[in-house]
Design a protein around this ligand. Structure first.
Ligand code: ATP
Length: 384
């Protein structure tokens, strides 16, 4: 690797690697932080690990990097076993780049020294040229001789990113890389990081507990819960076809309506919904997406005798909040014990107390077996 020098303004491309985990378990005493995890990441693909606090995301990243040994199972990078029953490669032999939540910059080294640190195998002149090129690429050419403590959060994040990417790792591993940044800066840094990862074509695994961040950054998302991967897919797959209530809660705002299966279906005021795979009499949850409810103001004197058979129900707005792009409403709906929460793009002249006709997009309704309440999953969808 004697000429790791990128043309000005672009980062040098990596030789993209595949990453595979087969049946990986990591125990601490009796507890399994990871439990039989299988995951395959294609060369150049960006996969986000998403899940609540304590579900094993960081442990999985540490196992891939070689900081942690799996208790059992196999990790392969480019089909080469780097961890397994009879083999364990340390991090420095795996061609992995690591970026942590707190950036972990060396305070006593300048920006350029921090970035050049990962290029020890190169002659000093090449090391400096490569470090300058990547710092130029991330917009820090003017800060090469600064010390990390004099930089803003966003600048420190760029240095950490440059340091991790400059050795052209086959696999980039990032642990909550944006969580230390404020919301506006986070947006910018997500875009910049994504374009750098695409440019370098590094296979990437990014840990986050923000669904929106995962949706923005990833080609696919692996959802973790209690040490297990419960679903892997594109944002669209996970949004449209969540495999469980847990996953549904992460990807859209939903009304969870308790129900019981009778005759293979769930009868509600909005009509009957199939409950495939659920036992007769089983406790279930009907999920109605907040954006899948349409409210139409009732004209004065309009008939108040609508019924579910027409797909429309009577309702009254109990409360509403204008949130810019959307209005959030609580609506008491005939035949439902609890008010429905609704997100609507327009205000449509609605006020507290307005009478409305309510229709639900049946195709987007989901039925799941009863699960633990969302409050037990810390960090489940948190964007209010
Ligand atoms: P967070 O989002 O809060 O960082 P996480 O999903 O990254 O959480 P991990 O840090 O991977 O979760 O931890 C998974 C589980 O393993 C937790 O129950 C944690 O307490 C446990 N654990 C992690 N490291 C150790 C360790 N060195 N010794 C004992 N238990 C550990």
């Amino acid at each position: 690797m004697s000429s790791a020098i990128a043309p000005r303004g672009r980062a040098a491309a990596t030789f993209a690697a595949s990453l595979k985990l087969e049946n990986v378990t990591r125990r601490y005493g009796e507890a399994a932080a990871l439990d039989c995890v299988d995951l395959a990441v294609a060369p150049g693909e960006i996969v986000c690990l998403l899940g609540p606090s304590g579900c094993g995301k960081t442990t999985l990243l540490r196992v891939i990097s070689g900081i942690e040994r799996p208790t059992s199972g196999v990790v392969l990078i480019n089909d080469r076993e780097v961890a397994g029953p009879n083999r364990f490669e340390p991090p420095e032999n795996r061609s992995v780049g690591l970026m942590f939540q707190d950036f972990a910059l060396f305070p006593h080294l300048t920006v350029i020294e921090n970035v050049a640190f990962g290029l020890k195998s190169l002659p000093s002149a090449d090391r400096n040229t490569a470090a300058r090129a990547i710092l130029d690429r991330v917009g820090l050419a003017a800060f090469v001789d600064a010390y990390p403590s004099t930089l803003s959060g966003g600048q420190q994040q760029r240095v950490a990113l440059a340091r991790a990417i400059v050795p052209r790792p086959a696999v980039m591993l990032m642990d909550e890389p944006f969580s230390g940044l404020d919301v506006q800066l986070r947006d910018t840094m997500q875009e910049e990081t994504l374009s750098l990862l695409r440019e370098t074509r590094a296979t990437s695994v990014i840990v986050t507990h923000h669904p929106e961040e995962a949706m923005r950054l990833s080609d696919r998302i692996a959802v973790l819960r209690a040490g297990r991967i419960v679903q892997v897919g594109t944002t669209l797959d996970l949004f449209r076809d969540p495999a469980s209530l847990f996953v549904a809660r992460l990807f859209s705002e939903i009304n969870e309506i308790p129900a019981r299966v009778a005759g293979g279906r769930i009868d509600t005021a909005a009509g009957a919904f199939a409950a495939p795979g659920l036992a007769e009499g089983a406790a279930a949850v009907l999920c109605v997406r907040e954006r899948a409810v349409t409210l139409t103001p009732m004209a004065n004197g309009a008939s108040k005798s609508m019924s579910a058979s027409g797909g429309q129900m009577m309702g009254r707005v109990l409360d509403l909040k204008f949130l810019g792009d959307v209005t959030r409403l609580d609506v008491a709906v005939e035949g439902f014990d609890q008010p429905l929460r609704v997100r609507s793009a327009g205000r449509d002249g609605l006020r507290r107390g307005s009478e409305v006709s309510v229709s639900i997009d049946r195709a987007s309704v989901l039925v799941f077996p009863l699960d633990a309440p969302a409050s037990l999953d810390v960090h489940a969808r948190d964007d209010g």
